[in-house]
Design a protein around this ligand. Structure first.
Ligand SMILES: Nc1ncnc2c1ncn2[C@@H]1O[C@H](COP(=O)(O)OP(=O)(O)OP(=O)(O)O)[C@@H](O)[C@H]1O
Length: 514
């Protein structure tokens, strides 16, 4: 018996100024199929998903839905037909409850009877093993629970196609397992799933079929279970791009950053206060900090960057106390920072790449006696785009118009090209394709070899083990000992991530670098 075809796209074209994001895309998704959409950063995946969800209209091409031609009027129309989407950045109101949030996307007749809606939320979430209390306020939910709200919201509307845009990048390994169980169950019940991810092993584990996009065009299809992750990566990035970084060990130099007994009380209700955190970083080494999101990583980055000024405990850079120094002063002393959030914190969405370059790299000869040397700013932006392979129509494009991974490459490039003494990088390869991840890793290793200290905060354990000379974990604002990576097993690191470690005393910290 032939499998029912749920969705068929033919010759979809979508053009933006200076860029053909989708260039004649063909795609079919069958009933009950988990279909991966793969491709390098800027390949056109998110654009295609927005076409399918009715957020944008294609310039050309046709969509067939359950055998019938379709012109989507907008997302509400898509939802009515049974097409649901879970975005990379959730669209929930923090001060409303789960049920209130879900009610907002339902037609009025379904949203009115709140009791009935709450019962339905409980029923759907229990059926799919995603425990959710409809009366809880969204601001009290973890990231994984928020994602559940988005998924349940789609399922309540009887979605028969669920689109997930990089759903696992924000989840802990345990949450990923739960999500995959739910997705497999949905697929067995006939729901189709379109799954965008850069994590190729996950795609192999979960997906029945994969379509690969490159520069807006389909370049291949495969059954991911039958090929290796390297084969899939090659389909995405071609033969020339290396798929992994060679990291030669290197003897580090003098202590550059010295943090002692740092206490910092966070005002973020979902963060973790830093408790007597001590560590030392030497010039010419990459030190990694693993941990489940929300355990103090952001607070540590704020304390080191100067976004938060700390008086309790000490931070010294090259022997100079900087705990009370503002971000601008620290930048002048050679501190560069890559925060986790790209839009809003790493870059201003409505500003061009040129202006975003100026924001942190102004010390690179861009300001002369109070006058801006715009030629230099433009040269700097062009150098970033060139050196880090940032795909953009021009350096005058707004940051918000870049694909997620390309903006990430731009921010890393902007910080790395300043040749900092200390780079603090949080999740530098989040949402970045396999080829670009290698380019970013190489940039970090180059900085190390030029004598910089790099603090790498990441949830990607492969990345940490590959790049770091020493590493440890942060849990509930406490830092484990930082030990030589060659002496650390993944099991031990897992225990440390769960908080099972003795507190490192200041003398142990000194010992670690002696
Ligand atoms: N609103 C927009 N204005 C101008 N260009 C855009 C806009 N949205 C996307 N683009 C461009 O379209 C291309 C495809 O972007 P898209 O976000 O679809 O890529 P992607 O495959 O999802 O990438 P990533 O893996 O990095 O998320 C990119 O070159 C991007 O700069």
């Amino acid at each position: 018996m032939a499998t029912a075809q749920r969705l068929k796209l033919e010759n979809i074209v979508k053009e933006y100024p200076g860029c053909r994001a989708n260039d004649g895309v063909q795609l079919t998704v069958n009933a009950g199929e988990i279909h991966a959409l793969l491709g390098e950063n800027g390949a056109g995946k998110s654009t295609l998903m927005k076409v399918i969800y009715g957020v944008i209209q294609p310039d050309a091409g046709s969509i067939t839905w359950n055998g019938h031609p379709l012109t989507l009027q907008g997302p509400a129309h898509a939802r009515e037909l049974g097409i649901g989407m879970v975005f990379q950045h959730f669209s929930l109101f923090e001060t409303l409850t789960v049920a209130e949030n879900i009610a907002l996307s339902l037609p009025a007749d379904q949203a009115r009877d709140r009791r009935k809606l709450e019962a339905r939320i409980r029923e759907v979430s229990e059926h799919y093993g995603m425990a959710l209390d409809p009366r809880r306020y969204v601001n009290s939910l973890s990231i994984g629970e928020r994602q559940r709200v988005e998924i349940v919201r789609c399922l309540i509307q009887d979605s028969s196609l669920l689109i997930l845009d990089e759903p696992t990048s924000v989840l802990t390994p345990q949450e990923v397992e739960t999500l995959f169980r739910t997705l497999r169950q949905l697929s067995q019940e006939g729901c189709s799933i379109l799954f965008i991810s850069h994590k190729l092993q996950e795609v192999r584990d979960l997906c029945h079929r994969a379509t690969v996009l490159r520069q807006g065009r389909v370049t291949g299809e495969c059954n991911p279970g039958e090929v290796s992750t390297d084969d899939i990566a090659r389909m995405m990035v071609g033969n020339e791009t290396p798929l992994s970084t060679q990291v030669e060990p290197r003897e580090p130099g003098e202590v550059l950053l010295d943090v002692r007994e740092l206490n910092y009380r966070t005002s973020d209700p979902f963060g973790a206060s830093l408790q007597a955190l001590s560590m030392s970083l030497r010039a010419g080494e990459i030190v990694g900090i693993a941990g489940v999101a929300g355990n103090g990583q952001d607070e540590l980055l704020r304390a080191l960057s100067g976004e938060a000024l700390v008086g309790n405990g000490s931070i010294k850079l090259g022997g100079m106390a900087i705990g009370q120094a503002k971000p601008g002063v620290r930048r002048r002393l050679g501190v560069a920072v890559v925060p986790e959030e790209r839009l809003g914190r790493g870059a201003v969405p409505s500003m061009s790449l040129v202006d975003n370059s100026l924001l942190t790299a102004y010390g690179e000869g861009m300001v002369n006696k109070g006058w801006l040397a715009m030629g230099k700013v433009r040269d700097y932006a062009s150098r970033i785009v060139e050196a880090f392979g940032v795909r953009t129509a021009s350096i005058d494009s707004h940051a918000a118009s870049l694909s997620g991974g390309n903006l990430q490459k731009f921010i890393i490039g902007r910080e790395a090209l300043q040749q900092p003494k200390l780079l603090v990088a949080s999740h530098p390869t989040w949402g970045v394709d396999v080829g670009s991840a290698v380019a970013i890793h190489e940039a970090l290793v180059r900085l190390r070899d030029e004598g910089a200290a790099v603090l790498l905060i990441s949830e990607d354990l492969d990345e940490l083990f590959q790049l770091c000379g020493r590493m440890g974990a942060i849990c509930a604002g406490r830092l484990s000992p930082l030990v030589n990576t060659s002496e650390l097993t993944i099991e031990q690191l897992g225990q440390w991530m769960a908080g099972d470690f003795p507190s490192a005393t200041p003398s142990e910290v000194s010992h670690a670098v002696a």
